[in-house]
Ligand binder design. Structure first.
Ligand code: C2O
Length: 539
């Protein structure tokens, strides 16, 4: 591979959406931010300089960061934030993965406007394991608020969660044709009759799982989270925050204009959400733009059946060139309950909210608190008093949900980590507790891909393991734990460092639905984490 250099200047920038101009935080004055293109095997060097009054940190979502944990990016996990006037150079090699990933700010809710695509092309000379597309088009779904993002976050924390409703969804930064003052700026993809396009779809939204469809055209999924899949033809796809999905689409319909559209999937009852739909235009050469485009039929916002089927039909490609090595011998069995808690105060200030207490969220009843120093530094330099390595492998009381919320699941707050030896094979069962509002949790693990070997509704039972797919399970960095259900995953702990695991819905993340693994150094020379770069930010 070669080395590719990028400069990311964090600057203020004005954008007008929904008839209002707003000052946003951006990278290089672009929104969405710049697309990074690399080939598998390349080294990537990004100098990030912070010219705004907020702290900043950039995460390369889904990049494995093999022995480069210092470049992963989550604030207070692998690094202290980049302060105003400071810079930090992220330096890492993209190994053994290709496809669509993305990058985003990883501090508070700054990722609302600080995000972009990270596209890894195959090694030079290596073709895709599917028909070569004539063109490739990034499609980044986002959420837009009229207020400043930090105000949205503060309001959210102080109210216990109610203003968690964006003012628009966006495709490539644009709300599209169905919103006020937005139609003429809608994103347009030009389609030439007969040609095949690779849509690289990213859900960069903060809080909403989305359905995406293109009117009258079949989408063929060929890759998810930078891992190839068996081709899956679909009328619409489901994509959760954090996830990426590549689809092929052939311009095989009568010359005309067709909408791409994305709208919310909200499985929980009583969860307030933005009910609008964002559109972009798939415009055939030779069509007139006075014709009104055909609108696709998206699944209904609560179509759990569609969502479940779609997830369950995904399979990794699993060929000789793209082998799947699901660990079969398990060294560490972990069972994590994930979900919102009945009542508690994560942001423990005055503790009054709509239900007499602010909500919190937790993993195994631990509601995670970020420290004031980065965990990876604390681990590497053996600093005491920053965290404890006693994160429980199982919930404190065996979880059994029978329909009535158990009384004994009050979370405690803490910065507790789970330490695992280098090279161990881990089975991680994620069980949604369904105590407060049944909502999916897109659970993202930094530093690894997860083999998503099983999923189901209700309580997980060890007997469910006989149904696990150990042959061609989907391989993802972000897996969906269905509401009131479970997801079973496996991974090999072959990457030393401190690795964040969290819900990619910022509303749940903010409430504490997070934890972190320490993967210890191994004995071999390629099994240890090198020391940090000299410019690593200090807290
Ligand atoms: Cu895409 Cu920890 O995040």
């Amino acid at each position: 591979g070669i080395t590719r250099h990028f400069d990311f200047n964090i600057t203020y920038h004005n954008e007008t959406r929904l008839c209002h101009m707003k000052k946003i935080v951006s990278v290089n004055g672009m929104f969405p931010g710049p697309t990074i293109h690399v080939n598998e095997g390349d080294r990537v060097v990004v100098k990030v300089t912070n010219f705004v009054l907020y702290n900043m940190s950039i995460h390369w979502h889904g990049i494995r960061q093999l022995r480069s944990a210092w470049a992963d990016g989550p604030a207070y996990v692998t690094q202290c934030p980049i302060q105003t006037g400071q810079s930090y150079t992220y330096n890492f090699t993209v190994l053994s993965q290709s496809g669509t990933l993305w990058w985003h700010a990883h501090i508070l809710w700054m990722r609302a406007t600080v995000y972009g695509a990270f596209i890894i092309h195959p090694k030079r000379g290596v073709p895709y394991p599917f028909i070569q597309p004539d063109e490739e088009v990034p499609i980044i779904i986002g959420e837009w608020w009229k207020s400043n993002v930090e105000h949205v976050l503060l309001e959210y924390i102080s109210s216990g969660g109610s203003p968690n409703v964006s003012d628009a969804y966006t495709i490539n930064g644009q709300p599209g044709t169905l919103y006020n003052c937005s139609a003429s700026d809608a994103f347009v993809a030009n389609a030439f009759p007969g040609k095949t396009y690779l849509l690289r779809i990213i859900n960069a939204g903060l809080n909403t799982e989305m359905f995406f469809a293109l009117a009258n055209h079949t989408l063929t999924v060929v890759e998810i989270d930078a891992s190839y899949t068996k081709p899956l033809a679909a009328s619409a796809i489901l994509i959760s925050p954090g996830q990426t999905t590549n689809v092929l689409v052939t311009a095989n319909q009568p010359v005309g204009q067709y909408y791409m559209a994305a709208g919310p999937y909200v499985s929980g009852q009583g969860v307030p959400f933005d009910q609008s739909i964002t559109t972009a235009i798939f415009s055939y050469t030779g069509s007139s733009n006075s014709s009104s485009p055909t609108v696709p039929t998206l699944p209904k916002f609560n179509d759990t059946k569609f969502a479940t089927n779609f997830s369950q039909n995904l399979r990794s490609l699993s060929t000789a060139q793209n082998p799947v090595n699901v660990p079969s011998q398990i060294d560490h069995q972990l069972f994590f309950t994930v979900g919102l808690s009945i009542k508690s105060c994560h942001h423990n200030k005055t503790c009054k909210g709509p239900n007499g207490g602010r909500r919190s969220a937790s993993v195994n009843n631990v509601s995670f608190v970020l420290p004031k120093t980065a965990l990876l530094q604390a681990h590497f330099f053996n600093l005491s008093g920053i965290y404890t390595a006693d994160f429980p492998s199982n919930p404190p009381i065996k979880f059994n949900y029978t329909g009535k919320a158990p009384k004994n699941l009050q979370p405690s707050v803490g910065t507790r980590l789970k330490s695992i030896p280098f090279g161990s094979n881990v089975q991680l069962i994620l069980q949604d507790t369904n105590l407060v509002g049944a909502e999916s949790h897109p659970i993202h693990l930094h530093g690894f891909n997860l083999y998503w070997v099983g999923q189901g509704l209700g309580n997980y039972h060890p007997a469910n393991s006989s149904t696990f797919n150990l042959v061609d399970p989907p391989i993802r960095n972000t897996v969906i734990v269905p509401p009131g259900g479970w997801a079973a995953t496996r991974f090999t702990a072959d990457n030393p460092g401190v690795w964040f695991l969290h819900c990619h819905l910022e509303v749940h993340n903010t409430w504490g639905l997070e934890m972190a693994f320490i993967v210890e150094n191994g004995k071999g020379p390629l099994q240890t984490l090198p020391p940090p770069p000299a410019d690593l930010p200090k807290c």
